[in-house]
Design a protein around this ligand. Structure first.
Ligand code: MLT
Length: 324
């Protein structure tokens, strides 16, 4: 056999072996890496998804929290993982804000990952400790402006959704306050409940129960329309902060080079999980919208990521905020 034929035969063998391997996927548990602490909004979405993916995949799906640096530690971990479908990332809007926020980012969100699926979209709520003096958004803004030197705004780390919302708020009212980073919303919210910080802007998934229980004061929601779950809470736009809209979308990513056959299996399992009535109801009760499963595709995630990078880059650069 000529050298060329031997090489061609060997290459064909490799292709057949790797496609057989992809067909057999998964033969062991799959891990979803969450870039924030347990009990927060991203964790909640990932755990709901993991539960519904186990059956179609025929394997358990484990959630691991790798918190810190606004989600960039977890994204770096998944970028560097073996591209075999066993390590996935569930991240949010922070995937699109990190390139503008971090001077030294260890990954390119658009080129270092395989896009897998879009999952949910969640609005944010502007909330404060329960004894905060202001009664509505106008009073809130006036109070923050008058007391900026002594107020603390909590967030889940530079690059987190709560950080982004806090940045937008400060730039909208042209007032800077001290910001306190945590490793996730669960921790930031605990600090707010304990009145160790003054205010926070974060997802309705975690704030709804506290708003309804009166353990925090709520001033507005970042969606374009009021939420059916919080009908008395005005949108920030209608309450006076014109154009203040942020939606926190979650996507699932795999390391670059994960075989298409494996990504296809993951997409099918995620879409199956998104159809689960329990998951849909739980997310709706917390103010989130679950994407239509058939729209939850790699192409939809790629388009969303690109358009959000284009949207937030200029806003963040204009705000002049950076992390090293
Ligand atoms: C955020 O503010 O980025 C998230 O809510 C963090 C989290 O999921 O804990």
């Amino acid at each position: 056999m000529s050298m060329f034929l031997r090489f061609a035969a060997a290459a064909a063998g490799v292709v057949i072996a790797s496609s057989a391997w992809a067909q057999a996927f998964p033969t062991k548990p799959v891990t979803i890496v969450v870039p924030f602490t347990a009990g927060g909004p991203t964790d909640l979405v990932a755990r709901g998804l993991a539960q519904g993916m186990a059956k179609p995949l025929g394997q358990s799906v484990i959630v691991e929290n790798t918190a810190g640096a606004g989600g960039t530690i977890a994204a770096t971990r998944v970028k560097n993982a073996a591209p075999d479908g066993y390590t996935l990332l569930v991240h949010h809007i922070g995937m699109s804000t990190a390139p503008a926020l971090y001077r030294k980012l260890a990954y390119n969100p658009l080129t270092d990952f395989e896009m897998v699926a879009m999952v949910v979209d969640t609005p944010m709520t502007l909330i404060a400790r329960s004894d905060f003096p202001a009664r509505d958004v106008n009073e809130f803004v006036a109070y923050v402006k008058a007391n900026k030197a002594k107020l603390n705004l909590a967030h889940a780390g530079i690059g987190s959704a709560s950080h982004l919302c806090g940045l937008l708020f400060q730039s909208t009212i042209q007032t800077e306050v001290t910001t306190i980073p945590f490793k996730g919303t669960a921790d930031a919210l605990n600090a707010l409940l304990a009145k160790q910080v003054d205010f926070l802007c974060d997802q309705s998934t975690n704030t709804t129960q506290h708003i309804n229980a009166g353990t925090v004061k709520a001033y507005g929601v970042t969606s374009k329309a009021r939420l059916p779950t919080l009908p008395n809470l005005p949108t920030l736009d209608e309450a006076g902060l014109k154009g203040f809209h942020v939606g926190v979308w979650n996507g699932v990513y795999a390391p670059k080079g994960t075989p298409k056959a494996v990504v296809d299996k993951l997409v099918a399992a995620i879409q199956q999980s998104m159809k689960e009535p329990d998951f849909r109801k739980r997310m709706a009760d917390l103010g989130s919208t679950v994407y239509a499963p058939e729209q939850s595709t790699p192409a939809a995630l790629a388009a969303q990521l690109k358009s959000e990078i284009d949207r937030w880059g200029p806003v963040i650069r204009a705000a002049g905020v950076y992390a090293d």
